[in-house]
Design a protein around this ligand. Structure first.
Ligand SMILES: Nc1ncnc2c1ncn2[C@@H]1O[C@H](COP(=O)(O)OP(=O)(O)OP(=O)(O)O)[C@@H](O)[C@H]1O
Length: 231
């Protein structure tokens, strides 16, 4: 079954940190199931996607998720719809053990204890972490923590998954596995990445440069544009 289509809208979004302008008049509507975002270091990609769950609020303009403006008042509601995967899993993996970290994500669910345990076991197995269920989370490798963060987000079945450089800590095998997980997701997926391979099969790629979307196209054309921009 495919989830209902999601819509993320940026309307005239401008943002700065102190005196430094980071995003300038960004307007775009994202409805495709697989959207990639590429661009140079410091071009504003993370700032842009952090606005989708209200981690950053625009100085000017609005961001809407499925019609709801992402502002203080509505932020909690939007965050239930948006699963956000940080590039640094230490920001996300917070519970003492692996299994507790995934269980925390399910604390709002109506599942029984036994059902919850089955869901947790399944997702840990899916991400190759079943052998680590009762291990201290902080003893996982960086890549394993990244997989745990991903498991903890996906187990809540968010309508939209936003991943900010999800492959930076992963080896080749786990990067491929992540690509397969992404390909199998029903929900909308928005991925910031310097690893262009992970964007294979995506529907649309935005190229961000100096706080603006400078190209918005199908992957082949957008990535050709990006490679020229970077050369
Ligand atoms: N919380 C913050 N406070 C001050 N400056 C910030 C903050 N977050 C980001 N910046 C600055 O905003 C600019 C854009 O950062 P951002 O993380 O959005 O870029 P990016 O395109 O994701 O970069 P990268 O590819 O290196 O991760 C950078 O110059 C960064 O230093």
């Amino acid at each position: 079954m495919t989830s209902a289509q999601s819509v993320v809208e940026f309307d005239g979004v401008t943002h700065g940190f102190g005196d430094r302008r980071v995003l300038t008049e960004v307007s775009t509507t994202l409805t495709e199931r697989r959207v990639g975002i590429v661009g140079a270091n410091g071009s504003g990609k993370s700032t842009l996607v952090r606005m989708i769950n209200g981690l950053v609020e625009p100085d000017v303009g609005t961001v809407r998720v499925n019609g709801t403006e992402v502002t203080g008042r509505h932020r909690r509601r939007v965050r239930r719809e948006v699963g956000f995967i940080f590039s640094d899993p230490d920001r996300q993996v917070i519970m003492p053990t692996v299994v507790e970290d995934v269980e925390l994500s399910l604390s709002r669910s109506k599942l029984s204890g036994a059902e919850r345990r089955t869901v947790v076991d399944d997702v840990l197995a899916r991400f190759g972490l079943d052998g680590h269920a009762d291990h201290p989370s902080h003893q996982l490798s960086g890549g394993q923590k990244q997989l745990l963060a991903l498991a903890s987000v996906l187990v809540t079945k968010p309508r939209i998954v936003v991943a900010d450089e999800p492959t930076t800590l992963l080896d080749l095998r786990n990067t491929r596995m992540l690509g397969e997980v992404f390909a199998g997701l029903d929900q909308q997926l928005i991925v910031v990445s310097h690893d262009l391979d992970i964007l294979t099969g995506f529907d649309r790629i935005l190229v961000v440069d100096d706080g603006r979307i400078v190209c918005d196209d199908v992957p082949a054309d957008a990535l050709t544009f990006y490679r020229k921009l970077m050369s």
